[in-house]
Design a protein around this ligand. Sequence first.
Ligand code: DAH
Length: 354
Amino acid sequence: MKDKIEALRSKFSSELKTVADLSSLEELRQTFMSKKGAIQDLMKELGKIPNDQKKDAGQMINSFKQEVNEHFEARKKELEELALKALLDHTESYDDSMPTGNPCGSYHPITLIQRELEDIFESMGFDVEDYNEIVDDYNCFEALNIPKFHPARDMQDTYYLTTPNQLLKSHTSAAQNTIMRKYGDKLKKYGRPIRAVFPGRCFRNEAIDACHENTFFQMEGVMIDKDISISNLIYFMKTMLSEVFERDVTVRLRPGFFPFVEPGFELDIQCLICGGDGCPSCKNSGWLELCPCGMIHPNVLKHGGINSEEDPFEYTGFAFGLGLTRLAMMKYGVGDIRVFNDGDLSALSQFVSR
Ligand code: DAH
């Protein structure tokens, strides 16, 4: 038994030296430690040797097993550290000899439409802001005039984190309060109007189908100043949409309910395919619903620190929540919303910027 263990010990230590990665280490471990491994074979032989030698032989096997285990763990730790170091040093690189369909890569259609809109709004004097995906209840609902337990909360169900009061934002409107607080001082001190757009990923607890996703993109916009009216809203929306669709668009407003605007609207554009006569894409109505919007509710402006109790209408503003994903579907003629999230490059790499 002693000789057998000795032979295995030198076999193990010479093989261990050649092991250079975690998977070959695991193979080596299996050769020795698995149910069909060398140590188990020794255990089987234990049955065959005379009783008075069993105790010593058993102890030898056990201490050999322990030794193998210790060496194995130590080498494993070493290899893991090396792998991490290689990753951090970037010595591990991707294989750039792999053939690809599109050698230049391509932007995601949502990125394309988002950048296009950012350019358009920047040219009209808007700041572009980024905002968190994890928000609190106050920013997502209460600051937007949607108190706790108000029935309007049923309009948007989202995902709640186990951390109390934290959730995935269900709409980009969740950034309105932060924007008002960020730019409010400049508005009041220097009369600089607040003009900002803030694109972002939103989440809702939705059953997924061709028209619904639990993860989608919006672009929110606000403009706040003295004497802002619905005509300003219409002007900016119409200009922006004419740029996006590269032609003059006709828009109309219908009443729409959103607790954070008063009055609230649904903005429609005249169908670009039939010019308003009615066709299958506009369900024969001649109009396409595009962008909910409205005049910012006085309570929202108050929460944002814009207006005081004494003069609740000193400043007024409009807000809109453009569905970027929906706009991308319309602009690129994508019939199924799932295309945007399922990572199929043959579909996604077809979109190239102008
Ligand atoms: N946040 C709303 C939603 O996701 C959309 C919206 C409606 C945004 C009206 C607005 C607005 O800024 O004025 O359903």
